[in-house]
Write a protein that binds this ligand. Structure first.
Ligand code: PLP
Length: 285
C-alpha cells in the first residue's frame, strides 16, 4: 500500500507529494510542526498538541492555515488513509511559497500544510523500553527560542548523529552551567537519590513537551514528589533512574549516560510504572 500525504489541500501518494522549491520551509526552515501519537487508530492528546501548535504559529506570526476543526478532520483522514493503528501523525506548517527574501512576504501568502502518518512497531517499542536506552551529553548550542516547536532542527540533527556515532539513542543538551536542558527530540528526567522526580522547568530553555505535561498528572497520581528544577550532568550520573519523554516514545528508561550505568544499569521501577500508567491520563480523539 502506497503511503498517502496531505499536501496543501490534496491527498497524494508519497512519490507525488512534493513542495515548491521556494517554500519558506525548504528555504529558511520557516515553519512549525507537531507530532501526535496514534494508538488504536486514535490521536493521543490532540487538543494539547493543537494548542501548542497555535502558540508556535502565533509566536512566529504565521497565519493559521485552516480552523482547528478542519485540521483535526485532515489529521484523522490522513491516519485513516494510511491505515495507522499504532504510530504517529506528523503535521508541518510553513510560511508558504514566496520569492526568496528573508523578511516575511508582503502581502502575506497562504501557509503550506503537510500531514503524514505512519505505523510504528509497538512491540519493538515495548522491547526497547524493557531494555532501556543510552544517552550522551552534548553542548546546547541552539537558539534562544526552543520553546517554539520550529522545523529549524539542525543542532538536534547533529546531536542525534553524535549519539548514534557513540551507540546511543538520544543526546541530552547541556547548558553553559553544566545543567541538562532536554533531549534532541525529548524531555529529560531523573530520579534523585532521595526519590524526587526532577525535570527542567518549561521556560524558554526547553520545549514544553505534551508528554511532559501529561506525565505531571501521572506523577501526582502516583504520589511521587516532583521538583521542576535544572539538574547537572553529575546529578544525572548519580541518579537512581533516568528517562526521556516524547509523543512517539512515551516514557523511555535511560540506563546509561555517557557510557556510565544509571542506578543498577537497568530500567528503573518508577520510569517503568510511569510508562505503563501514562495512557490512563492521556486524551484520545
Ligand atoms: N523536546 C524536544 C526538543 C522535542 O523535539 C520533543 C519532541 O519531539 C520533545 C521535547 C517532547 O515533546 P512531546 O512530548 O510533545 O513530543
Amino acid at each position: 500500500m502506497s503511503r498517502i500525504a496531505y499536501v496543501n489541500g490534496r491527498y497524494l501518494p508519497h512519490r507525488a507529494a512534493t513542495v515548491h522549491v521556494e517554500d519558506r520551509g525548504y528555504q529558511f526552515a520557516d515553519g512549525v510542526y507537531e507530532v501526535c501519537e496514534v494508538r488504536g487508530g486514535r490521536l493521543v492528546d490532540e487538543r494539547r498538541h493543537m494548542a501548542r501548535l497555535q502558540r508556535s504559529l502565533s509566536e512566529l506570526r504565521i497565519a493559521q492555515p485552516m480552523s482547528p476543526a478542519a485540521l483535526s478532520i485532515v489529521m484523522h483522514e490522513t491516519v485513516r488513509r494510511n491505515r495507522v493503528g499504532d504510530g504517529i501523525v506528523y503535521l508541518q506548517i510553513t510560511r508558504g511559497i514566496a520569492r526568496r527574501d528573508f523578511a516575511f512576504p508582503e502581502p502575506a501568502n497562504a501557509p503550506s500544510v503537510v500531514i503524514t502518518a505512519r505505523n510504528f512497531d509497538r512491540e519493538g517499542g515495548e522491547r526497547l523500553a524493557a531494555k532501556g536506552i543510552s544517552v550522551v551529553t552534548v553542548a546546547d548550542d541552539r537558539w534562544g527560542r526552543v520553546d517554539i516547536k520550529s522545523i529549524s532542527l539542525l543542532p538536534n540533527v547533529l546531536a542525534k548523529q553524535a549519539a548514534r556515532e557513540q551507540n546511543a539513542r538520544e543526546a541530552w543538551f547541556v547548558d553553559r552551567d553544566g545543567k541538562v536542558t532536554e533531549g534532541a527530540s525529548s524531555n529529560a528526567w531523573i530520579i534523585s537519590r532521595d526519590g524526587r522526580v526532577l525535570t527542567r522547568p518549561a521556560e524558554r530553555g526547553i520545549l514544553r513537551g505534551i508528554t511532559r505535561t501529561v506525565l505531571l498528572d501521572v506523577i501526582e497520581a502516583q504520589g511521587l514528589v516532583l521538583e521542576e528544577r535544572p539538574f547537572t550532568v553529575e546529578e544525572a550520573y548519580g541518579a537512581t533512574e533516568a528517562f526521556i519523554t516524547s509523543a512517539s516514545q512515551i516514557v523511555l528508561p535511560v540506563v546509561r549516560i555517557d557510557g556510565r550505568p544509571v542506578g543498577a544499569g537497568i530500567p528503573g521501577k518508577v520510569a517503568t510504572a510511569l510508562r505503563s500508567k501514562f495512557h490512563r491520563h492521556a486524551e484520545f480523539s
